[in-house]
Ligand binder design. Structure first.
Ligand code: B1M
Length: 208
């Protein structure tokens, strides 16, 4: 089995203790960090499909997520930039009712590496908390809201509208698997990105 296939298998079977060493071995063999990340994201898709088919349940999804997070920890120094410049502060969080954080963490990493200081509010963030965080932190230029469930898309809308009502000039970027560019525009977000890499690029574009 290739190292990358092994990494995929360790994510799919949720082997958090073994994955760090395996990711490191793949890197040592010359596999690119971005290819390892892509393979792990694919594996989470496989996990999601198994969940949809009723072959696995929430605990298995959770341990797969833990394994993926451990793998990402090893890749982080290679994927993130040096953060030596600052375009201002970005507040990020997953919206109320939503506990998914892997995608949000990857987006946070790429926005940070694009030159922003980052304040991560975590998951299940009420709309007003985004506004409070803007007021509590210095030089906030962007708010990034992630939503992973179709059932939390209304919470995404509430977050954007609450931020825009309180802080009309604040730029807001949204994303997450069920979010489309059309939905982002409809709820009044300034920007949308389909993945972490493009979120970093879009974030920079929005404040330049
Ligand atoms: Co859940 N879950 N989950 N889950 N989970 C999904 C999302 C699901 C698609 C699985 C499925 O049914 N096939 C499904 C949602 C269906 C839907 O709404 N259409 C689902 C469900 C139903 C649920 C529960 C309701 C299950 C239950 O309890 N019955 C429950 C809800 C809990 C809650 O949030 N209130 C639940 C729980 C969980 C766990 C807690 C067990 C766990 C999350 C653990 C964690 O995150 N720490 C979990 C997991 C692991 C998944 C899957 C398998 C993987 C998610 C993931 O990390 N993907 C997922 C299936 C799937 O994704 N195919 C699934 C990898 C990640 C890198 O991708 O998050 O999409 P993603 O992020 C991408 C882009 O979306 C984008 O960039 C990222 C990187 O490229 N992006 C942004 C994300 N945020 C962005 C923000 C931006 C821009 C881009 O700008 C700000």
């Amino acid at each position: 089995m290739t190292k990358i296939a092994e990494v995929k298998m360790l994510v799919e079977t949720g082997k958090a203790k073994k994955i760090g060493a395996c990711v490191q071995e793949a890197l040592d063999e010359g596999v690119k960090a971005s290819d390892i990340l892509e393979a792990m994201i694919d594996s989470m898709g496989v996990v999601g499909d198994k969940f949809s088919a009723g072959d696995i349940f929430v605990p298995e999804m959770l341990i797969a997520a833990k394994a993926m997070s451990k793998g990402v920890e090893v890749l982080k120094p290679m994927l993130a930039g040096d953060g030596s410049t600052s375009l201002g502060t970005c507040i990020i969080g997953t919206v109320a009712g939503d506990l998914h954080d892997i995608g949000k963490n990857l987006v946070a990493m790429m926005i940070e590496s694009s030159g922003f200081d980052l304040v991560d509010l975590g998951v299940d963030v009420p709309a007003q908390r985004f506004v409070d965080a803007v007021n509590e932190n210095k030089n906030v230029v962007l708010v990034a809201c992630s939503g992973l469930l179709t059932t939390t898309m209304p919470a995404l809308k509430e977050a954007v509208q609450t931020i825009k009502a309180a802080l009309p000039e604040m730029k807001v970027i949204v994303g997450g698997a069920p979010v489309t560019p059309e939905y982002a525009a409809e709820i009044g977000a300034d920007g949308y990105a389909p993945d972490a890499g493009s979120a970093g690029v879009k974030a920079k574009e929005l404040v330049s």
